[in-house]
Design a protein around this ligand. Sequence first.
Ligand code: B12
Ligand code: SF4
Ligand code: SF4
Length: 384
Amino acid sequence: MTDPRTILQREAEARGFLVAWAPIQLPREVQARYERWIAAGYEAAMGELARAVEVRFNPWERLAWAKSVMVLAAPHAYPDPGVPPGGVRVGRVGRVFWVREYDFIRRLIEPHLEDLKRLCTKLGVRCLDYIHQGPLSLRSYAAWAGLGWVGRNGMLIRASVGSYLTLALLLTSLEVEQPPPYQNHCGACRLCVRHCPTGALLGDGLLDANRCTSYWTTKHPDFIPPEVWDRVGLWVFGCDECQTVCPWNADAHDVWAEYAPEPELAHPNLEDFLTLSTPAFQAKYKGSAFERFGRVRMARNALIVLANTRDPAYIPLVRCGTEDRSALVRATAVWALTRLGDIRHVERLRQDPDPRVRREVQRALEEGERAFVSVSTSPKREAK
Ligand code: B12
Ligand code: SF4
Ligand code: SF4
């Protein structure tokens, strides 16, 4: 008779996942490394990462029955689905968000985990699914299970498929042996560290989220300080720079069968975030990571991208942001207009009902003045 592990593995592979197993106990060093990361404040405002660290790395202490993890990976190295006609499509989006998946695996992968859990029950195996939002370190388990290695860019990479992988876990009561470690193939390469536009990669597989564009555009809940804007560039949601340059992704083509990248998610119309009502936004982006993040923060991100184009043609669209119901959007629009040189419109916002917006108007006008003074006294100007 086939053993439960083989049955589960076959079932998961039949559903298109890469599968690997590991005992649930991680080496102590993994937790120590994580604790050093938190102690340095690299988690930025993601306070949840600093909580329950003991549970995160020792789940068996609470779930005494759990003996192993089954790691599932769904590749998303799909090609660019193309730019739809019309609209303002200058913002870039991380590849993993080109599919309608609410939070990495919420909508498409979760039903498969539910089916696998049902299969576990039939086989007399106890199990619990662990998805993105849970506290467990998915990359640690994937590396521990020998699915791939953690590269200098922090990503779990597998030689034949690259790093465009979405990870999920199933904790099970099955005993498994420790698989052989997966060789780290980074070697002397440091391409990702060199190409990260913000200097966020620390060089040892960890990053400082305070500098990471992906953090600012997908996790940061509030106002994004204008000092950070240049580093965000044209990324409206996520960032893939450190994966694009990785040689292990050069030939990555594998795509999980249920992933269907959509042009409207890969190249969204930035006008949508500034002009659609919240219900209209929710209807258009239903089930996507944009919907989870919300219209207001997507509008905030869109304004930063528009400002970073330095193209005054976008001033009318950015002005829509100054009339937004959200003070966060209005405050961001103040700086976007300043960057695009529309100081006169910024001055009109001195009377904004929200004190935060008025504060940003004040700061932006001061900066605008300083920029004007430095331009007007620059050697080039003087020479004219
Ligand atoms: C918080 C978070 C972020 C933060 C911080 C990212 C970071 N590098 O720490 C931000 C918002 C910046 C982010 C960005 C992205 N994220 Co993210 N994120 C997470 C989340 C929720 C937790 C990660 C975490 O705890 N970070 C803190 C660090 C310290 O922990 P860690 O990443 O787990 O790293 C541990 C391992 O690397 C381990 N380790 C290193 N070497 C070895 C070797 C062995 C043998 C072992 C056992 C362990 C080990 O040591 C570290 C600490 O102990 C996970 C989901 C999850 N629950 O795990 C997704 C996750 C890591 N993200 C993912 C993705 C896709 C992204 C983006 C590509 C999205 C995008 N396009 O913008 C970027 C990539 C940025 C990057 N280069 O890392 C995927 C990664 C898939 C993969 N192939 O690795 C995950 C797993 C989500 C998922 N369900 O698939 N993310
Ligand atoms: S996601 Fe972007 S900003 Fe973050 S580490 Fe990678 S290249 Fe740097
Ligand atoms: S770019 Fe080079 S150093 Fe960075 S993860 Fe890829 S192989 Fe490793």
